[in-house]
Design a protein around this ligand. Structure first.
Ligand SMILES: N[C@@H](CCC(=O)N[C@@H](CS)C(=O)NCC(=O)O)C(=O)O
Length: 76
């Protein structure tokens, strides 16, 4: 099982789409809230930009909400 963290914030519609999909699928992926500047800085360290949502899969960033949803459907 891959180590997963979703970087995002609840004011972002793309994040809410991914969060809602995760809930509907009944999977458990921790949310790292980038409203906190420390978390946003960590995301930029990992992926080079602060765009959210970003699913970090075993340390590798995946940024696009559509790609994240497709990855969840294919892998979880
Ligand atoms: N095409 C992207 C759009 C994501 C997007 O525009 N996210 C906004 C927040 S709603 C963002 O991160 N903007 C840049 C930033 O805040 O640094 C997706 O579907 O995930």
């Amino acid at each position: 099982m891959a180590e997963l963290t979703l970087y995002g914030r609840r004011t972002c519609p793309y994040c809410l789409r991914v969060i809602s999909h995760i809930q509907n699928r009944g999977v458990d992926i921790p949310l790292c809230d980038t409203s906190d500047p420390d978390n946003r800085a960590r995301l930029i360290e990992i992926g080079g930009k602060g765009q959210v949502p970003c699913l970090v899969i075993d340390g590798a960033p995946m940024y696009e909400s559509g790609d994240i949803i497709s990855w969840i459907d294919a892998n979880l």
